[in-house]
Design a protein around this ligand. Structure first.
Ligand code: ATP
Length: 270
């Protein structure tokens, strides 16, 4: 059962072109993850060591997972995804072993990208590490750091971690040779939102008068995931009305519905 905590995907379908508004971040991730895998000799020639690990931080639903998958796709690397909170909740007593298994698998299936989502669940600073559960999490983190320190950074394993809570991370995690590249993945600005609307509607049947720039204006503060939900909702309205395509009014109505909906998952007051 231990192996089921990680998801191993040998080929990814996500491409950089499906990620909106993150051009600088795409370039940075591609330089620090893709180049070491595709042109390791450049690093040898110049004499610098590529980063072993890259940390992506920012609000939920902004494209961190998408970006990690797209890099794996570009490099033809095996993509191994682990979720920090699952590691902690489901594998009590086994977290450290699971981390060992993950790196073992990554070596076997190299080139590999290990993607650790919700890194904060295993790498938060603990103020009172007195109880057993905390100590267990601590052991899992120690094993992760040991594995990272142990592998050769000229090799073909890269680690990408994602978090919404960079403020709570143990500083040991971002020491040189560990997650030494830290990249912010922010909420999209207006241009970013427009291109995300474009990406999400590109293959759909859409009325000619749909104004993506206007939709981007109406959705200040929305994440890429919110925009995906808006387009899906607009599609549902069109289906319900038995129309042939999605209209601007379907989209505007969907903006209202998605943006004003209470976020029962992330709002602590609900
Ligand atoms: P979390 O922190 O909640 O894990 P995340 O940042 O990893 O979130 P993703 O899982 O990458 O977010 O995004 C969820 C979905 O939202 C994507 O599958 C995609 O449909 C949409 N999305 C998010 N960001 C973007 C973006 N920049 N461009 C296009 N689509 C996006």
């Amino acid at each position: 059962p231990v192996i089921s905590a990680m998801e191993v995907i040998e080929s990814q379908e996500v491409d950089y072109s499906q990620i909106g508004g993150l051009d600088d971040q795409i370039r940075e991730v591609s330089e620090s993850v893709e180049l070491p895998l595709t042109r390791p000799e450049s690093f040898v020639r110049i004499g610098i060591s590529p980063p072993k690990g890259v940390m992506l931080y920012g609000p939920p639903g902004t494209g961190k997972t998408l970006l990690a998958k797209a890099v794996a796709h570009r490099t033809n690397a095996t993509f191994i995804r682990v979720v920090g909170s699952e590691l902690v909740q489901k594998y009590i007593g086994d977290g450290a072993k699971l981390v060992r298994d993950i790196f073992e698998m990554a070596r076997k299936k190299a080139p590999s990208i290990i993607f650790i989502d919700e890194l904060d669940a295993i790498a938060a600073t603990r103020l009172n590490d007195t109880n057993g559960a905390d100590r267990e999490v601590q052991r899992t983190l120690m094993q992760l750091l040991a594995e990272m320190d142990g592998f050769d950074n000229r090799g073909d394993i890269r680690i990408i971690a994602a978090t919404n809570r960079p403020d709570v991370l143990d500083p040991a995690i971002i020491r040189p040779g560990r997650f030494d590249r830290v990249i912010e993945i922010p909420l999209p600005d207006q241009t970013g939102r427009e291109s995300i609307f474009y990406i999400h509607t590109d293959r759909l049947s859409i009325d000619g008068d749909v104004d993506l720039a206007k939709l981007a204006k109406l959705t200040e503060g929305a994440s890429g995931a919110d925009i995906g939900a808006i387009v899906m909702e607009a599609g549902m309205f069109a289906v319900r009305q038995n129309n042939d395509s999605i209209s601007m009014s379907n989209l505007v109505e969907a903006v209202d519905k998605v943006i004003s909906a209470p976020d029962i998952i992330n709002d602590p007051s609900l």
